[in-house]
Design a protein around this ligand. Structure first.
Ligand SMILES: CC(C)(COP(=O)(O)OP(=O)(O)OC[C@H]1O[C@@H](n2cnc3c(N)ncnc32)[C@H](O)[C@@H]1OP(=O)(O)O)[C@@H](O)C(=O)NCCC(=O)NCCS
Length: 218
């Protein structure tokens, strides 16, 4: 799935393509941006540099990802998004677990699971025929150029092609910029889950699930 920004308007000169293992460093850095205040305390032992380095290695171990796409300007990666019809796909989960294991080791993987216990999902348990978006980030100096909208539009197109009825995502409570961005794209809050444990560990009070209907013109 590849589209050019110039064709869609809003971000001329930007194109979107599947991410490969060679993109690991740029994608790893952007994934740390997408994780916001969760990044360093949960994945980096308190250090954002270590988080970026671990995300880079994990993404490299995946050999790229079938679900990640990058926005590029010339050869430079300026944004990333992941989207898929079924996030619970066992093959995807196995690859993610193996990559985590290779980067964190056995004890480190247990410790990571322990730190992640406060990340209680706000997604409703039964969402039929829904499409998922995650890991959306645009390089800081490139924001407000329409690149995030272009990446989200790419996910919307994936959702329409997959025959999904709705498209949903989770965003941190307090990430007001991203919430405004999603509202601007037609998303509405459906459910929120607060977690005192997550707030104590990361400063983020919990997660919000937002969704919107997939449209014929997506
Ligand atoms: C959220 C994010 C992806 C948006 O990317 P972007 O390329 O800046 O978004 P766009 O330029 O397409 O913005 C489209 C519209 O969304 C709204 N919007 C975007 N960022 C906003 C912000 N920080 N505050 C308020 N509204 C915002 C505006 O209405 C904007 O239109 P305008 O610039 O004409 O006013 C980007 O801010 C980002 O990477 N943030 C850090 C990572 C993150 O929080 N990711 C989300 C994880 S769930």
């Amino acid at each position: 799935m590849g589209i050019a920004g110039g064709d869609v308007g809003g971000a001329p000169g930007i194109s979107i393509r599947p991410a490969t293992a060679n993109d690991a460093e740029a994608v790893g850095h952007l994934m740390a941006d997408a994780a916001g205040p969760l990044a360093a305390p949960i994945w980096g032992g308190g250090s954002i540099e270590r988080t970026r380095e671990r995300y880079t290695r994990m993404f490299g171990c995946w050999g790229g990802s079938d679900h990640h796409f990058v926005a590029c300007e010339d050869e430079e990666i300026v944004g990333v998004i992941a989207h898929v019809a079924d996030r619970t796909d066992p093959w995807h989960s196995l690859r993610a677990s193996l990559a985590t294991f290779r980067v964190y080791g056995l004890l480190g993987s247990f410790a990571l699971s322990w730190r992640m216990r406060h990340m209680v999902s706000a997604a409703p348990a039964l969402v039929r025929n829904s499409y998922s978006v995650w890991n959306l980030a645009v390089a800081e100096e490139q924001r407000r150029r329409g690149i995030g909208s272009l990446l989200l539009g790419h996910a919307h197109r994936g959702a329409r092609e997959a025959g999904a009825l709705t498209i949903g995502l989770e965003v941190l409570i307090g990430n007001t910029g991203a919430i405004r961005f999603y509202e601007n794209a037609g998303y509405k809050e459906r459910r929120r889950r607060e977690s005192e444990g997550l707030r104590k560990m990361t400063g983020a009070a919990g997660l919000i699930y937002m969704d919107r209907a997939v449209r014929d013109d997506d």
